[in-house]
Write a protein that binds this ligand. Sequence first.
Ligand SMILES: Cc1cc2nc3c(=O)[nH]c(=O)nc-3n(C[C@H](O)[C@H](O)[C@H](O)COP(=O)(O)OP(=O)(O)OC[C@H]3O[C@@H](n4cnc5c(N)ncnc54)[C@H](O)[C@@H]3O)c2cc1C
Length: 413
Amino acid sequence: MIDVAVIGGGASGFYCAIRIKELAPHLSVAIFEKTGKTLTKVRVSGGGRCNVTHDCSKTSELIANYPRGASFLKKVFQEFGVDQFLDWLHSHNVQTKIETDGRIFPTTNSSETIAGLFEYLANKYKIDIHKNHEWLGFTRIDNQFHQEFNDRLDSKKVNVISKLIVIATGGIPDLGKIIWKSSFEWVNPVPSLFSFNADKSDLNKLKPLSGVSVSNCKIKIMGEKEAFQGPLLITHWGISGPAVLKTSAWMARKLFDQQYKFKVLISWVGDFTEDQVREMVYKEIDNNPKKLWKNISIFELPNRLWELILNESGIDLNSVGSSLNKKLVNKLTENVMRFPIEISGKTTFKEEFVTAGGISTDSISFKSMEVKNQSGIYACGEVLDIDGITGGFNFQGAWSTAEIAARAISKLN
Ligand SMILES: Cc1cc2nc3c(=O)[nH]c(=O)nc-3n(C[C@H](O)[C@H](O)[C@H](O)COP(=O)(O)OP(=O)(O)OC[C@H]3O[C@@H](n4cnc5c(N)ncnc54)[C@H](O)[C@@H]3O)c2cc1C
């Protein structure tokens, strides 16, 4: 019999368990983790550096980075946002640094600093950690939860009784199958934050450019109004980088519905309008009428990309500046502003992959993270229908929701 059973030994589960013990040391807390390892995503996060949060103190600016859950998080962040989490980390002697793009990392540049801190505190506060314990469900009897776990090492069922449950299982698509699906509002999970795989026809064009990056692009899904801006990277299989991940996050459901078959239009010059681009082309022709097009650099794009754009526009690389007629200028402008790539799949390899969907925030009290019609059951982290774009926002969502749950639990008798 324990006071609090935290289900899931990831970022939000550990942080919640630790905070419960810090706020209410008398409560007994145990973490149950399905796999043989805890804090797996923390360790691989941010390329092994753990991008713990983002430099964004203003709630209104912070929530703009969450395609799902922003209005729910608004109230949560007002209670516990970036500054409060950083204060907590600093109070535990973890120093952090802000990178130029706003991402915050431990100064050690190692995710082990965060995972190590969590493990140290869990040990110090005597939080029991049960690995290889897969949560199968629960029955409520006399205001206690009789929970069933599958002990994966011994292949036997284990029963645990607790007064409270914290669900911190992350973005696990099959969790909806567990019995509580019927009592919670469940939003069908779909992937978010992934790279785009170019269709065969376009992949041949892109492959020789693998490794080329452009610092400021704008991506639009054909037929959609919104465009997403940021750096873009051409990969062996298509396109990636912050602009692509942002597009995948905001369009996650639409792209899922389209089975990841769609066309993107890329502006390689994120801050310029079409008229400005056309004007710059004409100016270049006037200034350098005898220069070969392959040597002309109007937008400071990488050479290999510039040559591809010229080729796709039907412009001979060895022709001179003045040889362009109006039709070719228009074609060049079109390919700088709306370079088309057919997409026929996605890749999550090495990406900050997260899940959109999970427990609907409508079912959760923002004051306590308690499930509205299931007193005693709390949820935090990615299992909620909350997800952010890349840059530390997903961890911040996990820390903040876990903190609110811990505070509410610590106030119970
Ligand atoms: C490669 C990668 C890099 C990332 N990098 C960053 C980054 O730098 N910054 C950032 O903000 N976000 C990053 N993210 C996203 C971030 O890791 C997640 O949003 C965050 O870990 C969510 O925390 P969580 O506790 O909700 O879920 P998780 O950390 O996924 O933990 C959930 C745990 O629950 C366990 N579990 C699931 N089902 C059961 C069950 N039935 N019984 C018992 N246990 C169960 C899982 O095994 C897992 O250990 C990254 C994600 C990936 C995949």
